[in-house]
Ligand binder design. Structure first.
Ligand code: GLU
Length: 497
């Protein structure tokens, strides 16, 4: 393959906060494209209509730009293979689904939700979920039912036996028994494609040469390889990056570590330090240099040098690297510019002043009263994080439900936060005052501070939620198992799907 044909892509789903894992994949894809004089493409995978939002798409693009990454093609900059938003490519997917059905490689499935649920229940422990019930419907009859408007999805046919063999650039040959793979849905009842179909069609039509993405997608590759085969296309090179991990080696999760790029921006990390740190995840500069620019990474990067031993995303190490940048790359005057860009600027100070005014006896009270706005972390006394009359376990659960409710807020203002906390208190049947007392402490580190809702607005959603998560950790944290159980209870209680 000639160098100019190297095309990589980042394909985020706009369903939440921009995640450091997304930036990590973006960096490696970007570096590989730059290294080869190729192109880096940004494609928005918004086929999940319920969970996708424009706000999330905007936040993802903004945070990647904040990090200093850029793309040659994408929904905002256009390009020869657009549109770059999947919701604008539905016709393309429909054509391909139809082709697969016509070829006999896919079929409409009319099974009801109830039947499928029943199937799942009855097959506990078995690997495959779908029993191929609609595979046997004669194509003529299936077409008639589709034309009559009967609700259906479309599934791809997966061979009942044999195995799929594919190559991952970092892992070599990978094999998977077909009998463990389901007849995957490729088009949903609403006519939208599923991820599996759309990703294959787009990677092919957009001329992607290397799929560089997280390891969590490796299990999907057999289905993708089969689709490439059905469609008569050559699959691209697969390169699955090792998953980022918490210091305890578990998969990086926001309950244990801040994962949202916005958190790092709002807590005062420098974009160049964060990007540099992400470059150290699974890869290292020849000679062991730890501080390097994206261009230096491009110069010495080789995909095959990526190390699969689970890279640990350690915030303390990142802080160390960040300090190095602050110390070495900025003079005092430039540091003031940085601080102003961050939070010590007139609009933010005015917002804080409005809240602090009533509590200042002298101007000198400003420092202690408002220091939590200018801190990366606060250090609350766990005793003060307990809700009135509750022990650590119960308090943790309440705080976790607060975090989940705050995650749902589209806009994060004093008013919306106040409304959210009031509704949460009501649903949980606790007094608002009893709920806000530990939150004051979680957010500001003390019992007397500026008003809670407004302070949270100034700190922003990422920092506010992280401080509450840290409060949960200060109360002993929550295991995955407990969080799962609580999540069920929460959904029921709050009527969330
Ligand atoms: N839309 C998927 C995601 O959200 C992309 C997976 C892929 O890169 O193929 O991560």
């Amino acid at each position: 393959m000639s160098q100019s044909q190297i095309r990589t892509r980042l394909a985020p789903s706009p369903t939440g906060d921009p995640h450091v894992g997304t930036a990590y994949q973006a960096l490696f894809g970007w570096v590989w494209a730059r290294k080869n004089g190729g192109s880096f493409v940004l494609r928005i995978e918004d086929t999940d209509r319920e969970r996708s939002s424009q706000a999330s798409e905007r936040a993802i693009l903004d945070s990647l730009r904040w990090l200093g990454l850029s793309w040659d093609e994408g929904p905002d900059v256009g390009g020869p293979y657009g549109p770059y938003r999947q919701s604008e490519r539905l016709e393309v997917y429909r054509e391909h689904v139809q082709r697969l059905v016509d070829q006999g490689d896919a079929y409409p499935c009319f099974c009801s939700r109830e039947r499928l649920a029943e199937l799942r229940r009855g097959r506990k422990g078995a690997v495959t979920g779908y029993d191929g019930h609609c595979r046997g419907i004669p194509p003529e009859e299936a077409r008639r039912r589709v034309e009559a408007g009967e609700e259906h999805v479309v599934r791809m046919k997966v061979p009942p036996e044999g195995e799929c063999v594919f190559t991952d650039l970092l892992r070599g040959e990978i094999r998977k028994e077909w009998s463990t793979v389901d007849d995957q849905v490729i088009q949903k009842a609403d006519g939208y494609p599923t991820y599996h179909l759309a990703v294959v069609v787009d990677d092919h039509l957009m001329g992607i040469s290397h799929i560089i993405r997280g390891e969590e997608w490796i299990n999907s590759v057999p289905k993708h390889v089969l689709l490439y085969d059905y469609l008569g296309w050559e699959p691209p090179v697969f390169c699955h990056l090792p998953l980022l991990r918490n210091p305890d080696k578990s998969k990086l999760s926001k309950r244990k570590n801040p994962t949202s790029i916005g958190f790092y921006r709002d807590s005062g990390f420098l974009p160049e330090a964060l990007l540099n740190y992400l470059g150290m995840m699974g890869w290292s500069m020849a000679g062991g240099g730890e501080k390097f620019t994206p261009q230096q990474m491009v110069d010495s990067f080789r995909l095959e040098d990526i190390n699969l031993g689970g890279p640990v995303f350690d915030v303390d190490k990142l802080r160390w690297l960040n300090a190095k940048y602050i110390r070495e790359d900025y003079g005092p005057g430039e540091l003031v510019d940085l601080l102003q860009d961050w939070r010590i600027n007139r609009p933010t100070l005015e917002a804080i002043a409005g809240m602090a005014q009533g509590r200042l006896r002298t101007l000198g009270d400003w420092g202690p009263l408002t220091s939590f706005f200018f801190a990366d972390e606060v250090d609350p006394d766990p005793e003060l994080l307990l809700l009135k009359g509750m022990d650590g376990d119960d308090s943790r659960e309440v705080l976790q439900m607060v975090v989940w409710e705050l995650e749902r807020l589209r806009e994060f203002t004093a008013e919306s936060v106040g409304r959210c906390l009031r509704d949460t208190a009501e649903t949980l049947d606790v007094k608002l005052r009893d709920l806000t007392a530990p939150l004051y402490v979680a957010i500001s580190g003390s019992t007397s501070s500026t008003p809670l809702f407004g302070s949270m607005e100034v700190l922003g959603p990422d920092v506010s939620r992280m401080r509450i998560r840290r409060a949960i950790m200060a109360l002993g944290g929550m295991s995955n198992k407990k969080a799962k159980k609580l999540d069920k209870r929460y959904r029921k209680l709050f009527g969330r799907r």
